[in-house]
Design a protein around this ligand. Sequence first.
Ligand code: SF4
Ligand code: SF4
Length: 316
Amino acid sequence: MHPPGWYILFFYTFVNMQIALSNVIKERAKTIGFDACGLAKACLLSHEMTNFDNWLQEGYEGEMEYMHNYRHIRKNPDLLQKGAKTVLVCLSNYYPQQLQAKDLPQIAKYAYGRDYHKVLLKMQKRLLNSIREKVNCEGRIFVDSAPVMERSWAVKAGLGWIGKSGMLISPTVGVHTLISGMVLNIEVDNYDQPMQRSCGKCSRCIDFCPGKAIIEPGVIDANKCLSYLSIEHRGLFPENTSLQNNIFGCDVCIDVCPFNKKTPHQITDFIPPKQRIELNTAEWEKLQEEEFNALFNGTPVKRTKYKGIKRNLKSL
Ligand code: SF4
Ligand code: SF4
């Protein structure tokens, strides 16, 4: 006995929807402006959490006390999104269209433009809505703010590997990448697999790190890292600290990486007004708080506050 026509139609429509879903998600991510998108099966990050705990135990997090919070959620995506089945991860290249002159106090490249949390959150919301047009689901978005091990998920989603610098290395997008994504409560037809690649014999990030902060491959002691010191550290610096012309952040370990693509980004919000990236030391010194707030409003540089910038200036 043949199944009825309506059943065949329903069956093939359902199968087709499932087969196409991973491709549809990736296509839509691309249309929205992400440079890469991968899909990982949701699971417990037990091994990654052990490494993270060992890192905390060494005190390598410095004063970033918040790193100790929500460890159970970091480990288990189901606590972020009930019924978690899939972790969708996107990469966004932020390599600037125009670089600061090398002799000026340097701002980390990710901080030239509008705060990426806001920019990428908006893009992720568009992506989630777009997925919901295709399939009924719930998703919890993360943009470097929720307790999520973004780099580990990016590796699981086949987007790259964690280099000796501790950063995600994407052989296609490069190293100046921001990670965002979402935990979904639906399965997809096809999951990506981690890449079988590594840094090999390269050690440029370790050799060039100005703070000698890369203790061993992939392990960073924040207490020595100029990025941490110039942004997260509160109060005065330890004696003899030199930020080596980095007024906010430090890009050395990624700039020297052979996987640095130097391909300019295409995100309008990341383009700064010229004035923001052309300040010389004397102009930074003269800058009043209101001027600083006006010039850097809505950018990551505000995180260190005017007081922090003034402190950093003394240690360039
Ligand atoms: S950000 Fe700078 S100081 Fe920190 S690990 Fe990288 S190169 Fe070293
Ligand atoms: S600089 Fe070399 S060792 Fe460091 S992350 Fe890049 S490829 Fe790996």
